[in-house]
Ligand binder design. Sequence first.
Ligand code: 13P
Ligand code: SF4
Length: 370
Amino acid sequence: MIRTRNRGSGPATVVARPPARAAWRGPRPATNALPSTLDYAALPAAELRRRIVRRKKQLHAVLLGHNYQRVEIQDLSDYVGDSLGLSQQAAATDADVIVFCGVHFMAETAKILAPQKTVLMPDLHAGCPMADFVTAQALRRLKADYPDAAVVAYVNSSAEVKAESDICCTSSNAVRVVESIPRERPIIFVPDKNLARYVQERTGRDNIIAWEGYCYVHDDLVLDELEKAKRAYPHAKVVIHPEARKDLLERADYVASTSQMVELTEKHDALIIGTERGLVDRLRQRFPQKTLIPLSGAAICGNMKLNTLAKLTWCLDHVEHEIVLDEDVRRRAERALRRMLELSGGWRVPTKAEEEMDLAGARPRGCGCA
Ligand code: 13P
Ligand code: SF4
């Protein structure tokens, strides 16, 4: 097996399958597979779509796509969602093959939860730079400094980091996860400092030790842009992803995961949306009659956009790139993820009465998960 090096944001645990396949008993490459992704890129989009649908059936594959994927990939996905929803789908699917269109930690999470399945991703370089902020080794050093602390790992982290953690969380359940830990117990929270600070404020805890990581897309959203958007659309509600900075979250009507943003859009006619641009474009297509304003036109996650129809077709035809994990790491990471899944599933859009209480400051704002 060829173990790939950590190139840029691509994690070191990825293993590329070698050309010799004699001993491999999993799904086979398509007999009409083309040699390279460039060959696929030369095909018309309609032909790529046809091939994808056919190959998915042949392989008994399910296609999971994150909300930030290109629209054409979302259109072909069997399920589109946020990190929590996608991990729940991966854990529950009866497909033989999971093709993950998202970033690396998401495909890895699918493999952790569905070890018997073949998990593929179209581009190995689709990593999450925030996840790369923390390594298992660095986390072990911090744990040694705080031996009594519980470790909460945002799912935007590698399998090795999850394996060093007590419980995982996503943007939609972080408050609930932290509240499940006894109040007096210190918490090491990795790797997102913005999410850590948000959770700290929502829970009123003063014992969260936050890692210094952040998401370059959300951390770049700035207050000036929000003020401008609010002036231009004074009736619009504001929803911001919890990976954004404190000053923005303080001015938001809702703090929400990407799928929670979709739910909120179903409910409101005008929204200013502080997250990756792709989600807003998708929502505008789906709800052309609504006023949906991206907080920043420049908020693009280049990593998510590495997945294309051509690479997806290549991936299905070649049964590449497979996620392979060390079994001990996988098992320990699964424990942290399962603990999170046991606590999850309760988020909903606040009721009218709760929203009025929110506005009156009578209950904490943001996601209804806590
Ligand atoms: P969600 O779980 O809210 O989709 O967030 C994932 C992510 O990477 C946001 O940048
Ligand atoms: Fe990672 Fe940020 Fe991209 Fe989400 S938007 S995948 S946190 S870099």
